[in-house]
Design a protein around this ligand. Structure first.
Ligand SMILES: [Ca+2]
Ligand SMILES: [Ca+2]
Ligand SMILES: [Ca+2]
Length: 378
């Protein structure tokens, strides 16, 4: 009797030991150290054998600047399943997690470090009431970024050429730079949202520093938008193309072009061009917003006629200044498009006067040719 009881106890003990060893073996096997290697861009199948089963995976990123799309397909599991991404073989290094409900897909695309081993754990979603068992599919796809996400590695784009790029994911940022010429020029920054799924934001910077923003604008789906700015000569400017806020989620192709528009007369008193007397001085409002400054020095004191001929598409004004100071206005000539107008002024000999020419109404878009003629009245 005692002997039988002894053997029963031993048997129970051995069975218990067997199961505990089995559990120990399973949990020891399913750790980071034995994580299954995933091949990039290939779908792997997996199974959650029990409700507390955890599958361990690892993958190595390429040496490219890339996004990685991780997709978890809950093909046959009985409840919600979840995935966590770790940057090291350590549970404290979680990058993000995502879940996939029954018969649905969970996915996320993130930029990851190049040449780095990441780990993925797949298990039942513990926040669910019921725990899952069953099959699923897992894949990690590399999506190469065509343009770097930072100022330092920004892509140099040529002037006057339209080039196509891509927003690979909705949080992709493409950084560009361009160099202005030695000319006194305007630059038209033009973006065509030819293939993106949502509005694209454009941000222009004067330095490789996000605090130096000059302007920004949005390009709606299937539209073009642009801005024209007078920029400093011989200088590098930066552009970021990205979503303008979390409200927008653009992915897809867009085209960018930086066009140089040369200005024939400076926008400042300081660099104003000298006008010649008894001659038609022909210039242009080269782009909307252009203002042209001139100077002249009469050789004798007396009355002079100044004629402004307007070949633009809207009204323009010439303003005459007694010195190189915006407050020293001594008169102006206004012309509507396609007409010319002459006004009489009295000038002193050997004194430098200034004239500016610009559009009359700030809310209009004005471009085109004009001329100024200065004649002494005999
Ligand atoms: Ca890109
Ligand atoms: Ca001009
Ligand atoms: Ca100008």
């Amino acid at each position: 009797m005692i002997k039988r009881k002894y053997w029963l106890s031993v048997s129970i003990f051995l069975v218990a030991l067997f199961f505990s060893l089995l559990t120990l073996r399973v949990s020891a096997a399913d750790t980071f150290a034995t994580a299954e290697s995933l091949t990039l861009n290939k779908i792997s199948e997996g199974t959650l054998y029990t409700e507390d089963y955890v599958s361990y995976y690892k993958f190595v990123t390429s040496d490219s600047d890339s996004y990685y799309k991780i997709e978890l397909r809950n093909t046959e599991a009985t409840e919600n399943i979840a995935l966590s991404l770790y940057s090291d073989n350590d549970l404290t290094t979680e990058v993000y997690s995502l879940s996939a409900g029954k018969s649905s897909v969970g996915e996320s695309s993130r930029k990851l470090e190049p040449n780095h081993t990441y780990y993925i754990l797949v298990k039942s979603q513990y926040s669910s009431i019921w725990l899952a068992t069953g099959k699923y599919k897992l894949s990690v796809s590399e999506i190469k970024d065509d343009v770097a996400d930072n100022f330092d590695k920004s892509k140099l784009i040529p002037l006057n050429k339209k080039v196509a790029y891509n927003l690979e994911t909705e949080d992709d940022v493409d950084f560009f730079k361009f160099k202005t010429t030695t000319n006194d020029s305007f630059y038209k920054v033009e973006i065509s949202n030819s293939g993106a799924t949502d509005g694209i934001g454009i941000f222009l910077y004067s330095e490789n520093d996000s605090t130096t923003g000059i302007t920004d604008f949005i390009v709606p789906v299937a539209k073009s938008n642009s801005t024209v700015l007078k920029l400093k000569p011989n200088k590098t400017y930066y552009i970021a193309v990205k979503r303008s806020s979390s409200y927008y989620k653009p992915t897809g192709i867009y085209k960018i072009k930086i066009k140089e528009i040369k200005d024939d007369a400076s926008d400042t008193f300081k660099k104003s061009k000298t006008l010649l007397f008894n001659k038609k001085n022909s210039f242009k409002i080269n782009t909307d917003g252009d203002i042209d400054y001139f100077k002249f020095k009469p050789s004798k004191t007396g009355y002079y006629n100044i004629t402004l001929a307007n070949g633009c598409n809207d009204s323009i004004n010439a303003t005459i200044f007694n010195e190189d100071d915006i407050t020293q206005n001594i008169g102006s000539i206004s012309t509507i498009d396609g007409t010319k107008k002459t006004s009489k002024f009295k000038f002193k000999a050997n004194h430098t006067y200034y004239i500016s020419v610009q559009k009359s109404y700030s809310f209009r878009t004005v471009e085109g040719a004009y001329s100024l003629t200065l004649k002494s009245i005999k």
